[in-house]
Design a protein around this ligand. Structure first.
Ligand code: GRF
Length: 226
């Protein structure tokens, strides 16, 4: 059965950022190309100088700067996030390089409706500097994971993952750049799956309607056997 994305309305999206905003840009661009039906209602940054704010403004999207240092607690900051997001009727939140942990205030208000992207194959290398950790460990593959945010760090139900090789002469920058290309492909797609109503969370697993099948003998070996 093929799915007609037009049969579902655009998802009202809020995006939380702290910096560069290249994933935000990928979401904006996918929307522009018609690959994703998203109405990006609001972009919030906890840093005034986040480049992503400029990207949003250029795309004509409403922006807010909410300085976490102004609030006494994580919960109070989150209550203010919540007020802004609900005022813009946001249904789904995409964290895209947002460098704050969310408290139960936000998680309870948006159960299984907050996504994040992590530059590693969860549950490997949670937290900051995941690319550095992958190189230091000596893994042959890393990648990125889109997941639903829970109270833990980068440990929520996995929606999509993409795998990239870690090359022997990689440094943090070269690996991050390779992973970033994958991030920009899978994040808009994860949001599209939500918009199409195809994601179902049961326990800690996400089931995807009409996920298609991959070859069950699919195998990646690196370095190649030769
Ligand atoms: C990405 O590497 C993402 O995986 C991590 O933060 C970075 C954000 O990059 N959560 P950008 O701001 O989207 O360019």
């Amino acid at each position: 059965m093929s799915i007609d994305p037009q049969s579902h309305p655009p998802v009202k999206l809020g995006v939380l950022i702290s910096g560069e905003g290249s994933n935000l840009q990928a979401i904006i661009d996918a929307t522009g190309r018609g690959e994703l039906r998203a109405d990006i209602r609001l972009v919030i940054s906890n840093r005034a100088d986040a480049r992503g704010l400029e990207r949003a403004r250029r795309a004509g999207i409403a922006t807010r700067f909410l300085d976490h240092r102004r609030f006494k607690s994580r919960e109070e900051f989150d209550r203010n996030l919540l007020i802004a997001l609900t005022a813009h009727e946001v249904e789904l939140i995409a964290c895209a390089g947002f460098m704050r942990l969310l408290s139960p205030v936000m998680l309870r208000a948006f159960p299984n409706r907050i996504m994040n992207i992590h530059p590693a194959l969860c549950p490997a290398f949670p937290g900051v500097d995941a690319q550095r950790a992958a190189i230091d460990y000596g893994v042959r593959f890393s990648g990125c994971t889109v997941f639903f945010v829970t109270e833990g760090v980068d440990d929520g139900p996995v929606i999509l993952q993409a795998v990239v090789p870690v090359l022997q002469d990689d440094d943090e920058q070269s690996l991050a750049a390779r992973i970033r290309i994958a991030e920009h492909r899978i994040y808009p797609y994860a949001i599209r799956l939500f918009q199409e109503g195809r994601l179902h969370v049961r326990g800690r697993k996400v089931f995807v309607d009409n996920a298609g099948s991959t070859d069950d003998e699919m195998m990646l070996i690196h370095p190649p056997l030769r």
